[in-house]
Write a protein that binds this ligand. Structure first.
Ligand code: DON
Length: 607
């Protein structure tokens, strides 16, 4: 099945290939040798899927499309403050090779015209031109996603005929915009313009900007996220020179053209587009390239000013700790408390990129639930990013709620989207920040503990066998009988109490005080925590039904005191008091049923 996007590109290619007006650039003699009929269209998604039509592998020189990426490199290396002193962000409304300098400072009006681009190149660090070139090369390679090559013939052709750019470079030197010999960075500017790219490369460069600075296929970060918006904004206002206004009006995407016949356009968070067709209009923009972008924007609805985002989609579900309790095995007391109060633990399943509008809606929902809640778990599993202001508001609200005794924690935060960094960056001094749990179960257990610790009666240690679920309803006489064969064992924090796979071990453990974690081995190595047990809970009880090979490991999470009963002893006692064994097996069956219930509930909730 041909993807509708693929068919759309092929149709555009067929239709627009008919356009034959315009002329290839010739002021750089080598450029005049290009095949004027070459024509390619590529669209790349944020996960690196590429749709291509026409000559998408043909190499040509990147020319001015290098400018936003070198401006980005200068921002990354020198910071926005210094760069903005040397290069402005105002559209000049003039042609790309105009000497548009700020009358006061002599700074080029923006980094998309040659003057601003040469200034940007000069800001890339390097003790020597060779070192500077190396940094330019590495940066462009990160955006393209492969090592780069330059077209030496085009480079030499431009360097030999670049008198106008040389004049511009000396002007910039004259105004102190460029330090040292301006011809050195200018040669690197000529080299960057001569970098060989294909239409597909351009689409990946555009998609990298659209994907917040991360290359969608290599996963490498080519630009820090805080520099992405500044680069896209100057592309939107200045990228198409004295056609920028009409472009934004008719196409509505940040873009950049080059006299080699390339155009890139970016739909932030959605697509990167690359087009190659060397016939240019009078303003130096690809004729077919502009036509493709007008149509693709209209047909795929890519105009950024058309984007309707419903913040409500950021919150997909609210449910409670009663719907999704932790997997731990609550003792009778804890279970009673959770039965009554678990609804005060709220889960909020969040989705997508959380900008300020989404966070405003989410925090408004939380505010509406706060009075009846003890804690909120924000499930970030489906969250693909967080804006600075959203992070700030989340931190602010968490601190205010903490002061009101209500906790807000995060679970399943994906590392690749820089969410933790954003939250850390917007934290107040001495703020411990968000508690982030690896999964909802750990978060739920932490919230359950927090809820129960707010109820003093929970942490009382279990003293006799009667406090344990397995002995629920067992007459005192029989309990006394069982206690006659009990042994006691203390463990230090970290001790291994039981090891998965151990055989012939019929001990049943009853936790008097302390906590243990029950772990099972993961197929891919390591362990998965399946539950945590505390006072009043037991483990190893399957020995009662003859299962003496251990199916999990148990480690002491704290100082641990246990009562230990051997199944053999219990069976011996049961020969004289059969009711003991019957009651224990009844309770064991109930216990297993209770363990099963949350799992079936979990499945139905996830269904
Ligand atoms: O500096 C020049 O003139 C060329 N290397 C780049 C100009 C260019 O690509 C203008 N874009 N439309």
């Amino acid at each position: 099945m041909n993807s509708p996007i693929q068919s759309c590109l092929e149709q555009l290619h067929t239709d627009i290939k008919q356009l034959r007006h315009g002329a290839v650039a010739s002021y750089i003699p080598e450029l005049a040798l290009v095949d004027p009929d070459a024509f390619g269209i590529c669209l790349v998604t944020m996960d690196g899927t590429a749709y291509c039509a026409g000559d998408t592998a043909t190499l040509f020189t990147i020319q001015s499309i290098s400018k936003p990426f070198i401006y980005a490199t200068a921002l990354a290396e020198r910071g926005q403050q210094l760069v903005s002193q040397r290069v402005g962000v105002e559209p000049s409304g003039d042609a790309f090779n105009s000497i548009s300098l700020d009358p006061q400072t002599g700074a080029p009006l923006n980094p998309m015209i040659n003057a601003g681009a040469i200034a940007s190149t000069s800001l890339v660090r390097g003790a020597t031109p060779a070192e500077q070139w190396q940094r330019i090369e590495q940066s462009l390679a990160r955006f393209i996603g492969r090592p780069i090559t330059i077209d030496e013939a085009v480079y030499l052709s431009e360097s030999e005929t670049g008198a106008r750019n040389r004049a511009i470079a000396w002007m910039l030197k004259n105004f102190g915009i460029i330090e040292g010999d301006p011809m050195l960075p200018l040669e690197n500017y000529f080299r960057q313009c001569s970098v060989q790219v294909s239409c597909l490369d351009l689409a990946f460069m555009a998609a990298t900007l659209g994907n917040g600075g991360i290359h969608p296929l290599t996963g490498e970060r080519a630009l820090a996220s805080e520099h992405v918006a500044p680069v896209l904004s100057v592309m939107a206002t200045c990228g198409m020179y004295d056609y920028a206004g009409s472009w934004l009006y008719e196409v509505g995407m940040p873009a950049k053209s080059g006299v080699g016949g390339g155009i890139i356009a970016v739909q932030p968070g959605r697509f990167g587009i690359g087009i190659f067709s060397p016939r240019l209009d009078a303003k130096g923009n690809s004729v077919r390239g502009i036509e493709v972008c007008k149509r693709i924007s209209r047909e795929l609805g890519l105009n950024i000013f058309n984007q309707v985002n419903n913040p409500r989609t950021a919150l997909t579900r609210i449910y409670t700790g009663a719907d999704m309790p932790s997997r731990r095995e609550p003792g009778p007391l804890l279970r009673a408390i959770l039965l009554e109060h678990a609804h005060r633990i709220k889960y909020l399943a969040l989705h997508g990129y959380l900008a300020v509008d989404a966070i405003e809606y989410i925090l408004r929902r939380i505010a509406g639930l706060q009075a009846e809640s003890n804690s909120f778990i924000l499930d970030m599993h489906q969250v693909t990013g967080l804006s600075d202001s959203a992070a700030r508001f989340l931190n602010q609200t968490r601190l205010e709620m903490k002061a009101a005794g209500v906790a807000m924690v995060l679970s399943r935060v994906k590392d690749e989207y820089g969410i933790r960094d954003r939250l850390l960056k917007s934290m107040a001094p001495r703020d411990m920040g968000f508690l982030c749990f690896e999964d909802n179960d750990l978060a739920a257990e932490w919230c359950e503990n927090r809820l129960c610790e707010s109820m003093p009666e929970v942490s009382k240690p279990a003293v006799t066998l009667a406090d344990f679920t397995l002995f629920n309803g067992v007459p005192v006489t029989l309990i006394k009988l069982a206690e006659s064969v009990v042994s006691k064992q203390n463990y230090a924090q970290g001790d291994c109490v039981l090891r998965n796979g151990d055989e012939g071990d019929d001990r049943i453990f009853f936790i008097e005080s302390g906590k243990v974690s029950v772990l099972i081995p993961r197929l891919q190595g390591g362990h998965q925590r399946v539950s945590t047990l505390g006072p009043g809970m037991n483990f190893g009880e399957l020995a009662l039904v003859g299962q003496t090979t251990r199916s999990a490991s148990v480690y002491a999470d704290s100082e641990l005191k246990c009562h230990i009963l051997k199944a053999a002893d219990l069976n011996r006692l049961s020969s004289e008091a059969p009711e003991l064994r019957i009651r224990l097996l009844e309770n064991l069956a109930n216990d297993l049923a209770n363990k099963l219930r949350p799992t079936t509930q979990l499945v139905s909730t996830l269904a």
